[in-house]
Write a protein that binds this ligand. Structure first.
Ligand code: MN
Length: 745
């Protein structure tokens, strides 16, 4: 990898400068790989190159070079990190899915699943676009990228891709250049940092800084160039002093003078509001030693040489940083009072500090055990373990969990805002995450502009749009699939309020009806009677009483009975009247045929959750029906012919006389059983006939009875008996239908 030497700061590392670099060829790449890969693997890499070159044939980069030079350069960056041959192959092929007509299956056949998965992963990352600048957005976007990545090598290929693109920004339009640079600093630099890829990160930072703020970059570079002259002498003096002291103590170490990178100087000046000289006039050294305990001995030596600045000592060996970084940091008062920063670390720690996760491949090059990816996971686990032993940092554990063991999913709103949800969250969860009102009135969702069911689980990177409708209401069935607490609580709450509103309306109707039987009305009754009843029943107001009645917790007739005071002789007749009503409430068939003279309750089908239609007999308008009062649930409507009705014979007080309202407009499910001849397309023919008659199919079951016939059990939504009869006639007329009948509970 190209490492930015301090001298590189003099000229901005702007890409596209005109000096023609010697062309890097596939042979050069193979020669590099031969140092650490088996010959047959190098051959496979060459094969991937040939394939990529063919696929990109005729395509050019903006610079005019053949397109394949870009994947080749990306592969080179990864080869410098000694990545495994699968990653190198994926680098050579990383744009073929996105930019040529080649599909993943083709790559699987040609190069195996591992390489195809890597290329596919990189393509998916390329497809999602970062849109807004807000800091929180950037953080979520980074998480989304990492959450989408099951294989950490996908990120490594993507980062190498971005690095090469940054190096070759030159020929692009200025605003595009700035956009890419901004995205690099906001998204890719922090990811590289998190993975400990410091060398790569520093170069991305310098390139991004130079592109985004060319003036500031030039001014700072110039200031550094001037300051460097004055510093040389001091640097040498300190280096010599430290070297000779280490020698006296019999310690061997490598002392390096270190200069701060321009971007970090710039960030310090901006973030801490300090002057250039305050940031830059710090002399920084790195001492690399062989063994861990030598680090501590070297620390003792330098503290003996110069006085340490209190509060600046940090032991990242005992407590590593979240990306696995280890070293001892200290600050000393140097000669002439200049501050000296010293980092002490071992050779191994230095490799991790420079290459982070990639250092793993560097260490174990040639090790044949296990896949590189598994080894990378191990590395991460080791880092995690290290952290645990060193005394817990919650933040670290959480970061690792979010990024590498994702249990979250990140999706876009149509405006490009990123929403974070629990993995498995559905369209309804998303709608409630946007806003409670959006959730309460959602009717459908679009995922990546295609309509999808509300129950669809969302995936990372999708754009999700909620379609709402005025007057739409949450469906109790949503509770079966939502997984976020917010959605669940809001749906429950809404339904509870709705049910209680509906119960109040029904309860009032029932009580009015009971009172009307004896020619009374709640509005004409003396108010003190009502108040006394509420007190007796310990109910807080009339609405609560209605709600109780509507939910089936109290019988309307009994409440009416108690409304009228016992001691009032004049009302004795009314009380008797209500007693008669009570007996007359018993359905006609229970009393032996004679139907009640009282007015039945009219049912429209729009009463809501307090009036339900029995699933055993599926009553529809036109059927003779009965209501069964069920505590807490309201009224369940059954067909008079339903078998379950007979079972409840012994509880006549629970039955209520009901009748269909004349103007019912809803649709009701009804179950029919159709015997059809076994032949291809039979099911489709029946379904088409139903659709033709303007009815929806709710549910359908198919059961083969014998070699000749099958039985279809269909729940179809109809307006009434007439509608059903027409549908059945239509189905019966089909050649393939042997028999059709309506099922009754
Ligand atoms: Mn690319």
């Amino acid at each position: 990898m190209k490492i930015l030497e301090p001298s590189a700061h003099a000229a901005p590392p702007m890409a596209g400068d005109d000096t023609p670099a010697p062309v890097f060829s596939i042979d050069d790449l193979c020669a590099m790989l031969a140092h650490y890969l088996e010959p047959e693997h190098v051959d496979q890499v060459r094969h991937a190159y040939m394939f990529g070159a063919e696929a990109h044939k005729g395509q050019q980069r903006i610079s005019g070079e053949p397109y394949i030079s870009h994947p080749l350069a990306v592969a080179r960056i990864l080869a410098e990190m000694h990545l495994d041959y699968h990653s190198i192959m994926a680098a050579l092929l990383h744009d073929v899915i996105e930019d040529t007509g080649i599909v993943k299956e083709h790559l699987t056949k040609e190069f195996g699943e591992e390489v195809a998965d890597l290329v596919d992963g990189v393509s998916k990352l390329t497809q999602i676009k970062f849109q807004t600048k807000a800091e929180a957005q950037a953080e979520n976007f980074r998480k989304m990228l990492l959450a989408m990545t099951r294989d950490i090598r996908v990120i490594l290929v993507k980062l190498a891709d971005r690095l090469h693109n940054m190096r070759t920004l030159g020929p692009m339009m200025p605003d595009k250049r700035r956009r890419i640079a901004r995205e690099t600093l906001d998204i890719y630099v922090p990811i590289a940092h998190r993975l400990g890829l410091n060398t790569l990160r520093l170069e991305l930072e310098e390139l991004g800084f130079a592109t985004l703020y060319p003036m500031r970059y030039r001014v700072l570079a110039e200031a550094v160039r001037k300051a460097r002259g004055n510093r040389k002498e001091v640097l040498q003096k300190i280096t010599l002093a430290m070297e000779s002291r280490l020698e006296q103590e019999g310690l061997t170490g490598h002392i390096l003078g270190r200069e701060k990178h321009l971007y970090s100087v710039y960030q310090k000046m901006r973030g801490k509001h300090v002057s250039f000289s305050e940031v830059f006039d710090v002399y920084a050294f790195r001492i690399i030693v062989e063994k861990v305990d030598t680090c501590y001995r070297v620390l003792g030596v330098v503290h003996g040489l110069y006085k340490p600045v209190p509060g600046k000592f940090k032991d990242y060996i005992a407590i590593p940083k979240s990306n696995g970084y280890q070293a001892i940091h200290t600050v000393l008062f140097g000669p002439y009072g200049v501050p000296i920063e010293v980092q002490i670390r071992t050779e191994d720690m230095n490799k991790v500090a420079e290459s982070g996760i990639a250092a793993h491949w560097l260490y174990k090059a040639g090790d044949k055990s296990g896949g590189a990816h598994i080894r990378a996971r191990e590395w991460l686990r080791e880092v995690l373990e290290m952290q645990k032993n060193a005394g817990n940092s919650l933040e670290f554990v959480e970061n690792v969990k979010i990024d590498l063991f994702p249990d979250e999913v990140y999706v876009f709103t149509p405006k490009g805002k990123i929403m974070q949800l629990v993995r498995g969250a559905t369209g309804v969860d998303f709608a409630y995450a946007v806003h409670t009102d959006v959730g309460n009135s959602c009717v459908a969702i679009k995922i990546d502009r295609h309509l999808a069911p509300l129950s669809t689980a969302l995936n990372n990177g999708q754009t999700v749009e909620v379609i709402t409708a005025a007057g739409a209401q949450p469906n109790p069935a949503w509770l079966n699939f939502v997984i976020t607490g917010k959605a669940r609580a809001n749906i429950r709450n809404y339904l509870k309020n709705l049910k209680s509103e509906e119960a109040i309306i029904l309860g009032k109707r029932l009580l009015d009806k009971a009172l009307a039987e004896v020619s009374l009305s709640i509005v004409t009754l003396p108010e003190e009677w009502v108040m006394r009843l509420l007190q007796d029943l310990k109910v807080k107001d009339l609405d609560s009483l209605y709600e109780d009645i509507g939910l089936g917790n109290r019988m309307a007739a009994l409440v009416a009975h108690r409304l009228i005071p016992v001691d009032d002789v004049a009302n004795e007749r009314s009380r008797t009247g209500i007693k008669n009503v009570l007996t007359r409430y018993v359905p006609a068939w229970l009393k032996g045929g004679e139907r009640s003279a009282s007015q039945p309750l009219l049912i429209k089908g729009t009463e809501g959750m307090v009036v339900a239609f029995a699933k055993c007999c599926h009553p529809i308008p036109g059927d003779q029906v009965l209501g069964f009062v069920s505590a807490g649930r309201g009224i369940v409507i059954h067909s008079e012919e339903c078998k379950n009705v007979a079972e409840f014979r012994n509880r006549p007080e629970k039955w209520i006389d009901v009748q269909w309202a004349p103007e019912v407009t809803s649709e009701f499910p009804v179950e029919v059983r159709v015997d059809v001849v076994n032949q291809r397309g039979a099911l489709a023919t029946v379904a088409a006939a139903i659709a033709e008659m303007g009815a929806n199919i709710d549910n359908l079951q198919f059961e083969e009875r014998d070699g000749k016939y099958s039985t279809l059990t269909i729940v179809v939504e109809v307006r009434d008996r007439v509608h059903l009869a027409k549908i059945m006639r239509r189905i019966r007329s089909l050649d393939i239908v042997a028999r059709i009948n309506r099922t009754k509970g």
